[in-house]
Design a binder for this molecule. Structure first.
Ligand code: GYE
Length: 322
């Protein structure tokens, strides 16, 4: 259904002011139909994100058409085109990388289907081709990782050699987590990033790339900064197989704060995880209903997050929802 008709149907029911009521779309005689172009299932974070969106859509009584792109942008573009052909009311896109979306987002706009970005942002020539971004401040996450490192090593002297496992090349969280981390460390020249390479946000690649880092730099490495926990967990295995102690010989910093990271911290193998909340389903459903009704949305709907060092892991573990 087109946006204006949707809004009109909504107004006719007198529900326009209470659009947040989950059953409103059925009350208007129509079920909101959402197409969700997900990146894939590369990490624990992503699985929790998918589950959250599916559960929230179900709870709201909306129909969700789900597409798993298996970490390929071309598959996401195909999924968006198919959602347009099926005339969905709203498209939710978790863009794998920042660029390459101009054409397909223009097509969605021409079809008058609002596009909501979630969990990663885009860089496009025409920002009016998307309505809002629901997700985290990744630069801030990078800063938090660096601030933790500065605090934890403040009583040491000499060079601190860091290796970095980057997320998917060209993805918003990889670009920004690197940027925020470097921004804080710039003022502290004894902290040096001696190797930095992508491991695509996965455990398997995290292990593989860490093995290469260890081969090249060996005991020189003091710190591992991984752009997500899955890569950190893969790397921990590589560190152990190299006969070194993770969290002791090499400090291990991750991002996401997924359960796997808490388990690693409780086992004494990881030092800290910077939180990135994947449970965006409820906020996304609310935004989708507003967008379908033609309402204006803020450009950024931010999630609120913390930092979890190993010292609090056991206490916090029972409270974790992902
Ligand atoms: O941190 C990582 C996932 O886009 C914020 O993608 C998300 C990132 C998350 O694969 O684990």
């Amino acid at each position: 259904m087109k946006r204006r008709r949707f809004a009109a149907a909504l107004a006719a029911t007198g529900l326009a002011a209470t659009w947040a009521t989950p059953a409103w779309s059925q009350a208007a005689g129509k079920k909101l139909v959402i197409g969700f172009a997900q990146t894939g299932a590369e990490s624990e974070w992503r699985t929790a994100n998918t589950d959250s969106v599916k559960a929230a859509a179900q709870a709201a009584g909306y129909e969700l058409k789900f597409s798993d792109a298996q970490q390929k942008q071309e598959n996401q573009i195909k999924a968006i085109r198919s959602f347009i052909a099926q005339k969905v009311d709203v498209i939710i896109l978790a863009p794998l990388v920042t660029t390459g979306w101009d054409t397909v987002l223009k097509e969605a706009k021409a079809a008058k289907i609002p596009v909501i970005l979630e969990s990663r942002n885009v860089v496009v020539k025409d920002p009016s081709t998307w309505t809002t971004f629901v997700g985290s401040d990744f630069v801030e996450e990078g800063r938090r990782a660096a601030q933790w490192l500065l605090g934890h090593t403040k009583n040491t002297t000499g060079t601190v050699n860091i290796v970095e496992l980057q997320g998917t090349v060209g993805s918003d969280p990889a670009i920004e987590r690197k940027k925020g981390f470097e921004e804080v460390l710039k003022a502290h020249p004894r902290y040096k990033i001696i190797r930095s390479q992508t491991a695509d946000f996965t455990r398997a690649k995290g292990k593989e790339v860490m093995e290469a880092f260890l081969k090249a730099e060996g005991k020189k490495i003091n710190v591992l900064y991984a752009h997500n926990d899955d890569m950190a967990i893969g790397a921990i295995q590589a560190i152990e197989e190299a006969g070194l102690k993770p969290a002791k010989d090499i400090l291990v910093i991750g991002v996401d704060a997924v359960k796997g990271a808490f388990e690693a911290m409780i086992a004494g193998k990881m030092n800290v995880s910077v939180e990135c909340n994947p449970l965006l389903g409820p906020q996304l459903m609310e935004a989708a209903a507003k967008a379908a009704a033609g309402q204006q949305l803020p450009r950024w709907i931010k999630s609120i997050e913390g930092v979890f060092p190993a010292e609090v892991a056991a206490k916090e573990f029972p409270n974790r929802k992902y």
